[in-house]
Design a protein. Structure first.
Length: 100
């Protein structure tokens, strides 16, 4: 039912993007509606007392050129030390196991 309609609409949008030459520049994502928030029990709110409705799907279109700005990602000192020690510790471990 609803899933089939969603697949048809999603496919139609992709075909239209390809037809106008935007298929290689735009990426589509199919997500559950973020406006439908789960209640405190972790389940979706019921529309009526007896029938629960799944959140409607949402299609999000983003440029394929978008990428995270890694300069703004805060890296912990622990991950920096881990990266510096990774190769030397690996080399020591391989040497130790090859000798024993």
């Amino acid at each position: 039912g609803s899933n089939n309609n969603t697949a048809v609409v999603f496919s139609d949008i992709q075909n239209r993007l390809e037809a106008v030459g935007l298929g290689d520049r735009i990426q589509l994502f199919l997500l559950p509606d973020p406006e439908t928030k789960p209640n405190f029990e972790g389940t979706r709110p019921a529309v009526t007392a007896t029938v629960e409705e799944e959140p409607k799907p949402v299609i999000l279109a983003l440029s394929k050129a978008l990428s995270p700005d890694e300069s703004k990602i805060k890296k912990s000192w622990l991950s920096k030390i881990g990266k510096m020690l990774c190769y030397p510790l690996t080399a020591v471990s391989i040497f130790y196991y090859s000798v024993s």
